[in-house]
Write a protein of this length. Sequence first.
Length: 263
Amino acid sequence: MKVKYISAILCTVSLLGFEAFANRAVEVEEFYQTKVNEVLETRFPQTPFSVFVSVDTGRPATSRRDMRAEEKTTQLPYWYENEGETDPWERMDVPLGTLIKQVRSVSVNVKVDASLSDGELDELKDNLVKHLKLDPVVDRIEITRMNWSDQERFRDFKWVGGALAFSLLLLIGMTWLMSRLAINKLISGLSKPISDIGSSTQKFADKALNMATDMGNASRVNERKLSTVEKPNIDLPTDINLVEIRDAALELLDRNRHLFESP
């Protein structure tokens, strides 16, 4: 898991400032870290964790500046009584078990997911003490909860949300493109019928205009014909008296009254 690699890197970086015998101290710390990983992987196989182990060897820490100053110091050719003694932490032939017995204290820092309960954390702490054979008085075990699962869920939610948003945008884009294509196809399909209707309407209007023009011309011709017809010339005598004509007609009717009265 990535967390294991991160813990190993942090452990390595933190040990860069150790003294010259740090190579053997690192071996001891790696031993304890391996044991802690075994316990966690066995008890919580699906739970992410991070482990950091440090040991107190009882020797004063030497910084890099002190190491460089010691290298530049000129050693005089005299023999010192303690020169024949070699520190076990500087010897590569000393067994690891011997070095573990000389460790003053062990500090174990474990980071686990927040999904673990208090009872599980207490059980884990007891298992580490027994498996690593630590002294609860001298050695220290610190277990910290981390919200890794929530972060993973939030990361998954972001991925899912991003995928849904992208799918929605893609769907909208495809819908818009298909609608444009459908509209263009509809317009191209209706353009010919519309043009045919327009041409037919134009022809009908032209015919109607021609018919109206012909009818107008015919009416004007008829008017001209009627105007050229001669009217009968009836000349009434000027000396006739209309009163006399009326009296004559009344007299005629009176004479022939019997004709109208008989059946």
